[in-house]
Design a protein around this ligand. Sequence first.
Ligand code: C2E
Ligand code: CA
Ligand code: CA
Length: 248
Amino acid sequence: IDLSIEQGEFELYYQPQVSVGNNEITGYEALLRWRQKDGSFISPAEFIPVAEDTGLILPIGEWVLRRACEEAKHWDKPLRLAVNLSPVQLGHTDLPRLVHQVLIDTGFPPARLELEITETAMITDMARSTFILRQLKALGVSIAMDDFGTGYSSLSTLRAFPFDKIKLDRAFMGELEDNTQSRAIIRAVLSLGESLSIPVLAEGVETVDQLNFLREQGCDEVQGYLLGRPNRRALPLSQESVEIAKAG
Ligand code: C2E
Ligand code: CA
Ligand code: CA
C-alpha cells in the first residue's frame, strides 16, 4: 500500500457539509480513494483496516493531512476542511507535533481545520486520548466526534472531552422513515447537542424527507448524497441540491 503513495494511486475526494439554517456549504470532508491501475477504486472501508494493522496508516494519514491542507488552500472560498483520523494515529505520540508541522509547512489556517475522530478511537485509553485531543485543540483546530451513536460509550466520551461537533452516524438516517426508535434517537441526540451547546451534523442524508425531519428537529448541519457526493474537486452545490435544500 505504501508504494501507492509514491505512485500517485491515492486521491482525495471532497464531500460538502451544509448548514440547515441557510443552505450554504460550511466545509468539505476529505475522503481517501485508492485508484487501481484499471481505473476502479478500492473502498477505504476495505483498505484502511489493513493499513491500520500494518502501521501503514501513519504515512498514509500524514499524506492525507498534508495533501488535504494543500488542496484546500486553493479553494475559491476559505471553507472548513474536515480530515478523518484513524485510532492508530491518535495512539501515536507525535500526532500534535505532526499536525502542527503540517500546518506550518502548508500555511493552512488552523481555524479552518477540523479533525474527525470516532469514539472507539478513544476508549482504550481515555485519559491519554483526551490529553492528545487537548494538545490538538490548543493548535487552534477543532475536533468532531465521528459516527456518533454506534459505539459503546458515546455519552461518557462526550463528557470526557469538549468536542466541537457531533456527527450523527448515518445508520440512524437509513431507518428514519419507518422506524420510530430511530426518530426518537435522532431527536434525543439533537437535544443532547443543544443542551451541551455542541452543534450536530447528520451524516448520510439521502432523501428530502430525512432533510425535512432534521430541519424540523433543529439539526445544525447535514452531509449526504442528497446535498452532494464526494468529488475530486470541492464543488459548489448543484442547482438541484440548492432547490432541494431550500424547499421543505
Ligand atoms: P466516514 O468518516 O463515516 O465517512 C462517510 C462515508 O459515508 C464515506 O464513505 C462517504 O462516501 C459515505 N457517504 C456520504 N454520504 C452518504 C450517503 O448519503 N449515503 C451513504 N450510504 N453513504 C454516504 P467512504 O468515502 O467510503 O469512507 C468510508 C470510511 O473510510 C469513512 O467513514 C472513514 O471512516 C474511512 N476513511 C475515509 N477516508 C479516510 C482517511 O483519509 N483517513 C482515515 N483514517 N479514514 C478514512
Ligand atoms: Ca468522517
Ligand atoms: Ca462518519
